[in-house]
Design a protein around this ligand. Structure first.
Ligand code: SF4
Ligand code: FES
Length: 251
C-alpha cells in the first residue's frame, strides 16, 4: 500500500572537478514509497529550483537497469541497500519515515568527480578500446548452428556479458580495482570461438591499460561481486588470470 515518508538527505555537492566538495542537508516531505530513488532525486531538484538554488547533478539514462549510468553511492553502498539492482531500480519503500540518506558519487581515483554526483567513467571506455572487441575478419553472418558452442559456455559468456559497465565494483573495492569489470569483458569474448583468436593479446592489452589508468590491485575481498547489480561472478576474475598467464607463457 502506498505510503508517504519524510526524509533528510545528505548530498555531496561539488561545483567542479577541482572545487572542494561538501555535504549539504535537505529535507523532503511526503515522498511516496512507490517512487523510485531517481524520482525522489527529481523531486529534490524541483524543490531546489523553486527555492532558486542549483539542482543536484546526477547521472541517469535508461532508468531500466540497462545502461549503467545511475552511479550513486547510497548509505555506504553503490546502488543503495537493496541487492542486485541499479539505483534507478531502487524504490523508496526500502527506506523508512524519518530516515537520513547519505548520497555520494563513486569514490575512486580513476573516476574523478565532474560535478556533484557525476563522475567521469571514461577510464572504462579506454580499457575497452585497448582490446575489448573482435577485430579479426569473421566473414559474413554464419548460419545459426554453423559454429557449435556448448550450452554451458554460451551461458557463461552471456552471464559475463550482463555487465553494464556501471563501475559499482570499483566504487565498492577498497583498492579501487576494476578487475570484475575487466574480467567480465575479457570472459564474454574468451569463452566464444570468435573471441579466442585474440584472447592472449586482448587480456594483456586490457590489463596493461587498467594498470596505466590508476585502478588498484585486486586482493580478493569479494566486495565487487557482493555489490554488482548484475551479479557478475568472481569466477570471471579467475578466468582473466588464466588468460593473462597463458598470454605471458606464449610470450
Ligand atoms: S561487473 Fe558489475 S559492478 Fe562492475 S561494472 Fe559490471 S555490472 Fe557494474
Ligand atoms: S539509468 Fe540506466 S541503469 Fe540506471
Amino acid at each position: 500500500m502506498e505510503k508517504s515518508i519524510n526524509l533528510t538527505l545528505k548530498v555531496w555537492r561539488q561545483a567542479s572537478p577541482t572545487a572542494k566538495g561538501k555535504f549539504e542537508t535537505y529535507s523532503l516531505k511526503n515522498i511516496s514509497t512507490d517512487a523510485s530513488f531517481l524520482e525522489m532525486m527529481d523531486i529534490l531538484n524541483e524543490q531546489l529550483v523553486k527555492e532558486h538554488k542549483e539542482p543536484v547533478a546526477f547521472d541517469h539514462d535508461c532508468r531500466e537497469g540497462i545502461c549503467g549510468m545511475c552511479s550513486l553511492y547510497i548509505n555506504g553502498h553503490p546502488h543503495g541497500p537493496d541487492g542486485e539492482i541499479t539505483t534507478c531500480q531502487l524504490h523508496m519503500r526500502n527506506f523508512h519515515d524519518g530516515q537520513t540518506i547519505t548520497i555520494e558519487p563513486w569514490r575512486s581515483a580513476a573516476f574523478p568527480v565532474i560535478k556533484d554526483l557525476v563522475v567521469d567513467r571514461g577510464a572504462f571506455d579506454k580499457i575497452i578500446q585497448a582490446g575489448g572487441f573482435v577485430s579479426v575478419n569473421t566473414g559474413g553472418v554464419p548460419d545459426g548452428n554453423a559454429i557449435p558452442i556448448p550450452k554451458d559456455k554460451a551461458d557463461e559468456a552471456m552471464d559475463a556479458a550482463s555487465c553494464i559497465g556501471c563501475g559499482a565494483c570499483v566504487a565498492a573495492c577498497k583498492n579501487g580495482s576494476a578487475m570484475l569489470f575487466l574480467s567480465a569483458k575479457v570472459s564474454q569474448l574468451a569463452l566464444l570461438p570468435q573471441g579466442k583468436v585474440e584472447a592472449a593479446r586482448r587480456a594483456k592489452a586490457m590489463v596493461a591499460k587498467m594498470d596505466e589508468l590508476g585502478f588498484g590491485n585486486c586482493t580478493n575481498t569479494g566486495a565487487c561481486e557482493a555489490e554488482c547489480p548484475k551479479n557478475v561472478s568472481l569466477s570471471n576474475i579467475a578466468r582473466l588470470n588464466r588468460e593473462f598467464l597463458k598470454a605471458k607463457f606464449k610470450d
